[in-house]
Write a new protein. Structure first.
Length: 106
């Protein structure tokens, strides 16, 4: 890979870190991270666990940061506490958030 100039990491939800050796690819000019969880993207900031691997890359593009799965679970639990969440194996979920009945004015 001595001439690799662009690398895109996209929707690899099981990827925990940037591959070792990336810091040795001196020809890399652009690294794009797309549709990756926030915990993965946070590794690239100064002081982040993978910063040393990408600090030589002139262009780092991070787009469409996905919520972490734990955040998704927490949001579902919070929603379930406020209303009933019905989910099945399909991709659709139903949220029952009906407003309360009006107060009795009699």
């Amino acid at each position: 890979m001595p001439s690799l100039q662009r690398l895109c990491i996209e929707y690899c939800k099981e990827l925990q870190a940037v591959p070792d050796g990336l810091q040795d690819i001196s020809t890399l000019k652009e690294l794009t991270i797309d549709l990756m969880p926030g915990r993965f993207c946070s590794r690239f900031g100064e002081g982040g666990e993978d910063f040393y691997k990408i600090k030589h890359v002139p262009s780092l593009i991070i787009t469409n940061i996905r919520p972490d799965e734990k955040d998704d679970e927490r949001q579902m639990e919070e929603a379930a506490g406020a209303s009933q969440v019905v989910a099945d194996d399909s991709e659709e979920s139903t949220l029952d958030a009906s407003p309360p009945p009006p107060p009795d004015m009699s």
